[in-house]
Design a protein around this ligand. Sequence first.
Ligand SMILES: Nc1ncnc2c1ncn2[C@@H]1O[C@H](COP(=O)(O)OP(=O)(O)OP(=O)(O)O)[C@@H](O)[C@H]1O
Length: 633
Amino acid sequence: MGRRLWPSSLVGWRSPLLGWRLRLPQAAVVVVATPRESRRASRRLSFQPGASGEPLAPSTSIRKTFAEFWPNTKGLRWLFVSGMILAIVAALCEVAVIALFGYITDKVLTTGDLSAFWAPALSWLGLTAVAGGVAFAGTMTTALGSERFLLRLRDRVFGHVQRLTPDYVDNRRLGDLMARLTDDIEAIEQLVGSGLVKVFTTVATVIFFSAAAFFIRWDLALVTMALIPAFLLVSKVFASRFRTAAARERLSNGMMNSVIEEGLSNQALVQAYNRQEAEARHLHREGRTWLRANMTQARLSGLYGPAVQVLETVCLIVIIGFGAWEIAQGKLTLGGLLAFAAYLAYLYPAVQSLGEIALTVSEAAAGSDRVMEVLGTKPTVTDRPGAVDLKERGPGRVEFASVGFTYPARRQPVLRGLSFTVEPGEVLVCTGASGSGKSTITKLLMRFYDPDSGAILLDGTDIRDLTRHSLRDHVTLLQQENLLFSGTVRDNIAYGRPDASQEDVVRAATLAGVHDFVMALPKRYDTRIGARGRLLSGGQRQRLAIARAILRDTPVLVLDEPMTGLDEKTAAQIMEPLRVLMAGRTTILITHDLRHVPVDARVIALEPLTRAAPLRIRHAQGLRRGRGSITRA
Ligand SMILES: Nc1ncnc2c1ncn2[C@@H]1O[C@H](COP(=O)(O)OP(=O)(O)OP(=O)(O)O)[C@@H](O)[C@H]1O
């Protein structure tokens, strides 16, 4: 961790953090530390195999990390180089300030000659001002580079995840993915961005202060340098323990957060089932584990300080003893001795800092493994070379031609030899037992997956020959759960067409039968609807989703269980706006509930494939809806 040294007065030798230390007037930051560094360090995740129950990413070498992410620093490298140069200049100013202090001690304090005071004093002041300015500029430049780099990394990983099949996110714990997009990305930045700056400036600091110490008294410097390995050893011993403790803390922090998140998001269920106390106990248990983990960290921090202090005291005693002998021999002045001690006060923490860099690097490498695992996941479906960008709006004829499909993670096929056609403007109702593959039809039509056999055609063109973007511009999906965002009513209706005018939004809302309700809201179309639209009723959410679909105005419509969760009366009321939505569009309506489907709709039923009938072709049986009953065609 970067350590900032702010010697603040001429009196006093003892620093609470770093032990015995000569204090000098404030000068400059020597080792660059970005402002968020300490916060990030305490938020790092546990990467212990199996600790979180999540599959761990494979271990990746640091070289690979740089190969993967270094290109993302393009255009930002000058910021890092400038930050490095400025930090080095600040360190050099610091060296000069200490030399001036030694000079004043010898020429003014020891002799009482005030006339020799003013010139070095003014230089001291000037240097301190310059060092302060340069250090500030260096900190800002490095911070700007690292924040921009972070922004790029996050954009890249988030953009990648958004291109993966939605099932990728469904198959993972959201908290884990969030951690990869936040903490792990920050860890990479600390290795590839600000981490590099830190390594170079720390090495430069070590070189400058050692050189200055050698310049004053090479033999004294040799003696004190001999103690450096002891500092490295202490860092090493503590570093691995710190790491384990931090990993435990991260793990229990994650567990605690998931209990809080689940408890709050399922608050109604918790209260309805009288589980408040059980949930509180659950959180208390996790909180106690977290407390223990934090206490381990506190114990280590508490021990680390005194251990380093003892070492520094040994150094100081050696310096004073040896220095006193050299003064007696006339080889060293008092100013020289004090300046020497001051150089060491900067040198030892920098050496410690080098020892800690190894820890940062290993943690960053672990974070990078997890991010690279996400980036290494390829979308199950991509655009073919030469895929057509469907610009013209066609009539919207949909055909499934002998489609067979097995999910990548499964061995048992879900669909086999499924064929049906939906003519332009026709409504096809797709029903069948739970798990029979109805929603899978939707995923195939939206090209979240491609069929293993057969083809799906839109207006006679295999949808694999279309770009996914243009295909999805022609098909609107209304899902089982109404997926709303926490923005305003307007934002949610216009989600599929952000450039829609207010008139268009109002027209769609009116057709969906939601306008009057919206006008009664406190801020009308600018009213926020809460997380996932929770401030609305189920029926209102559904109408808002229908308004969104109306506004999108595509030739093909897929409605996946639009009545789910609605009571009989609300479901019947929703049918009216749904009819408006379906009018003139090719519609595939997936539903268990055939009571509310349009009378003229064609109905097909899917039956689950079983091992007992492996060769059974699952072409949907044609079913016609008679008055109040379903009959096989
Ligand atoms: N991403 C997935 N990976 C693996 N298997 C899946 C995946 N999604 C669905 N399945 C499996 O595929 C089968 C069909 O699922 P699908 O969701 O299409 O059924 P459904 O008919 O829509 O069911 P329901 O009416 O209950 O919504 C099920 O056995 C399900 O477990």
